[in-house]
Design a protein around this ligand. Sequence first.
Ligand code: AOF
Ligand code: ZN
Length: 346
Amino acid sequence: MQGVEATAHVAAHELAAMRRALALAERGRGSTSPNPIVGCVVLDAAGRVVGEGFHLRAGGPHAEVVALAAAGPAARGGTLVVTLEPCRHVGRTGPCVAEIRRAGIRRVVYAVADPTAAGGGGAELAAAGLDVVGGVLAAEAAAANRAWLHRVATGRPFVTWKYAATLDGRVAAADGSSRWITSDEARRDVHLLRAQSDAIVIGTGTALADDPALTVRVDDAAPDLTQPLRVVVGRRDLPPGARLRDDTAPTVQLRKHDPAAVLARLADRGVLSVLLEGGPTLAAAFLRARLVDRIVAYVAPILLGSGPPLVADLGIATLAAGQRWRIDEVTRIGPDLRLTLAPVSA
Ligand code: AOF
Ligand code: ZN
């Protein structure tokens, strides 16, 4: 049972538990890659919450195992509510199906089916006589694990191209001044985007021109915040004193320009989500290769009339050949606008 109808087959307290499980899963965001974020709530036979858990790190216990351990014997005859179909494989840990059966769980409610080759254990649990309902709040759960699901489906990380530009699409003025086009509020928002990314990618051009730190700096950051990997694409060397050379976050330089090759290298390192913050040339390379999965655009109400454009030549000569994007979200951030866009396939 999957999808919208699935939600009709769960009780209100189970739906509430799924919302709680989705919130718990978020606590792992930024630290679980290459694994998904997963949250879990265990209800006893009377429907009371007796255990909660979430996945924190690849190699660490799965959300189900944490929640079952917290519940202890109270789990017997109860219901396990989890944002991802429980696993049936032995990888770094697992399988969760065995733990669920051992704990005496009678009913399992999950959100998203496990699309990995190893596959999920929903059918196995049903065959063992448990009551199993999948697809509950699946759209929310899939959105939360978008990067992981994208990586499983395509083999490459999910790429967000972020830019900040003036109303007329300039990323700097004619004299080169570019700090700061957007407001403080918009820049804070960028740090949240970074915090949700496994890697931040720029070109050597931007690295040399701006000497960026590319770290996450947010006031209420968790003390154990995992800084994203800083990735510099291009052949030119960074100067000895470059901020990207400091030890606040790991940095790699990839001397190949080809976007597909860059993403393959990052996928090998366990990167699920990439934030592309590079300049016009790198952005154009990714866009030409159709390797941008989302655009987050910060638009400041400033006109310059000259200065470099936000993206270099895309090899498009006529309007009909323009890349089409769909606006998913429009948000005011301080004096600026934030647009979130998805590709429209040609
Ligand atoms: C997780 N956390 O809470 C759940 C997962 O790397 P392993 O061996 O721990 O297994 C990762 C796989 O386990 C993952 O791809 C997914 O199929 C399944 N479920 N994974 O990392 C969890 N429940
Ligand atoms: Zn598992």
